[in-house]
Ligand binder design. Sequence first.
Ligand code: LLP
Length: 447
Amino acid sequence: FSSGVARDAGQVTIQGIGVTELVEQFGSPLWVIDENDFRARARAYVDAFNEAFEPLCGGVDVFYASKALLTVQIAKWVKEEGLRMDTASGGEMALALRAGTDPSHIGLHGNNKSDEELHTAISHQIGRIVVDSLPELYRVEAMAAQLGQTANVMLRLTPGVDASTHQHIATAHEDQKFGLTMTPAPGAETSDAYQAVHFAANAAHINLVGLHSHIGSQIFDSAGFETAATRMLEFIAVLAAEDIVIAELDIGGGYGIAYTEADDPVEPAVIAQNLAAHMSTEIDRLGITCPRISIEPGRSIAGPAGLTIYTVGTTKTVWVEHDGEHYPRRYVAVDGGMSDNPRPVLYDADYTAVLANRVSDADAVFSRVVGKHCESGDIVVNTVYLPEDTDHGDLLVVPATGAYGHVMSSNYNMLLRPAIVAIKDGQAREIIRRETYDDLFAREVDL
Ligand code: LLP
């Protein structure tokens, strides 16, 4: 739960505002984001990484990975807390620009950027285009030449790390679509990464800003980050010996958060200190100067600051068999589901839920919270113990839905997407309004 969540007179409250009041005012389901908590988490990265790395490599730039949760208001909070903006598409970049983000503080990622995206990035002179492949690098040089400009380029490399996370969100091993490989092909003398650095360092219309690696997402084990840092620094040492100075190293995002009590995330301060200590040893060993460090956390800023409120519609109990025993499972159906949170169905992601509008003395029973979509995989919380009397009209709260929920939501079954309410200093305000049926029909050409 975000820091502002408490129980008051039986009800779950966020900064003192009860869930019943929120649903009366803004409808259900509802995404709630604790703005103070979001801002504090954003600031914590800036403070922790600057403190840990300042003596070693100078200040750290923290780029908020806006794919986790992005609205104009959120872009403004990010800027006010002193973070920069990582975007991964023309749409995210356009929103960042619309929200008034300084273009020099914007980064653009993507394994397959369109000409239009590159054109916008170069002509706005954004801080860094994170180039993902050799062909893209050549396109950037050609386009910058054509526009008579210099493109700020970072190169994304795959340091060959198997991060311990779901395979769909692991990104640094070789056999996946992102990044320039650091391993030469059989019979080849140099890797794509090496060739890209040489091309970028000598290209007339490219300013090589630095190197980038991102090993994956929802990672708890710091070993992967350390291995990646070592590989990147070793490569930087090879380049330094050829008089190619790499001024900046981005070590990506991916820090895990707690979705249930089984998860035990590491605080930013601890991550920063461990990484700084590891890099300090490696830098001494390799005899190089430390590049400026940047990072790109998304989930760990937005995720814990958010929660979803659902209303219970109907329930049923079925008897299931496990290891020869039969036991009851209660299905509790709510008014949203895979359209507002596809993570359980996509990644088998675990969440939890609590009865939020009242306290119940009833026994807690083995339950599954499901949505209202027309498929059986539409699960909100796979396994949770809820009071046996949980029933129609009750409110459930699912914590930690701030990241990769709204941004991956859909209108499947023509469900209306919920509003997002931000709560700051005890005041609630809508930052994204609930959809209407007219929104659903807005793109019909002939209505
Ligand atoms: N930087 C790059 C280059 C990335 O690709 C990502 C996430 C991040 C930073 C931020 O990672 P974070 O700190 O948020 O873990 N939809 C999936 C997550 C996909 C992550 C994609 N890239 C999910 O719901 O788990």
